[in-house]
Design a protein around this ligand. Structure first.
Ligand code: ZN
Length: 137
C-alpha cells in the first residue's frame, strides 16, 4: 500500500478549498488541472503500450480530473465506465456517485484489476472516468 500512501500525501498537498470565483487566476487554474489530467493520461497510454508500469500515472490523471471538477465547484462525481464495452469489473463501477473528497481518498478508478485489452503484463487499460454529478431536482 506504499503507492497509496504516496498518492494520499500528494492529494493533501493539492487540496485547497476555494469558493468559485470569476478571476482570471481561477480560470487558468482550472485549465491547468485539465491539461495536467490529459498529459498524465497520454503519458500513461504510452507506458501501457510499451508494457511499462503505467498504473500510478493513470491514477494521477484521474486525480487531476477530480481536482478539476472540484475547482469547477462540484462536490460529487459519478463514475462512468465504457458502457457495454467495459469489462465486468468496470461495469460494476458504472453510475457510482461519490463525493470528490472520498474519491480522492479511495481512488476507486482506474481499476487495477481491469480486464480490458491487457498488455503483455496482463494489465488492462481502464477507461472509467469521473464526470461531475448534479442532483436531478
Ligand atoms: Zn475494465
Amino acid at each position: 500500500m506504499g503507492l497509496f500512501d504516496f498518492l494520499k500525501g500528494k492529494s493533501l498537498k493539492g487540496k485547497t478549498k476555494q469558493k468559485s470565483s470569476n478571476t482570471i487566476d481561477q480560470y487558468s487554474n482550472i485549465k491547468t488541472l485539465h491539461i495536467e489530467s490529459m498529459m498524465y493520461y497520454q503519458k500513461a497510454r504510452e507506458l501501457y503500450e510499451r508494457n511499462e508500469v503505467f498504473f500510478p500515472t493513470l491514477q494521477e490523471s484521474a486525480r487531476f480530473q477530480l481536482l478539476n471538477h472540484q475547482k469547477n465547484g462540484f462536490d460529487r462525481v459519478e463514475i462512468l465506465a465504457a458502457e457495454s464495452q467495459s469489462c465486468n469489473v468496470c461495469q460494476k463501477m458504472n453510475d457510482n456517485v461519490l463525493t470528490i473528497t472520498t474519491a480522492l481518498k479511495n481512488m476507486p478508478i482506474p481499476r487495477k484489476d481491469c480486464k480490458h485489452s491487457p498488455n503483455e503484463n496482463g494489465e488492462g487499460w481502464c477507461r472509467c472516468t469521473y464526470v461531475p454529478y448534479v442532483d436531478d431536482l
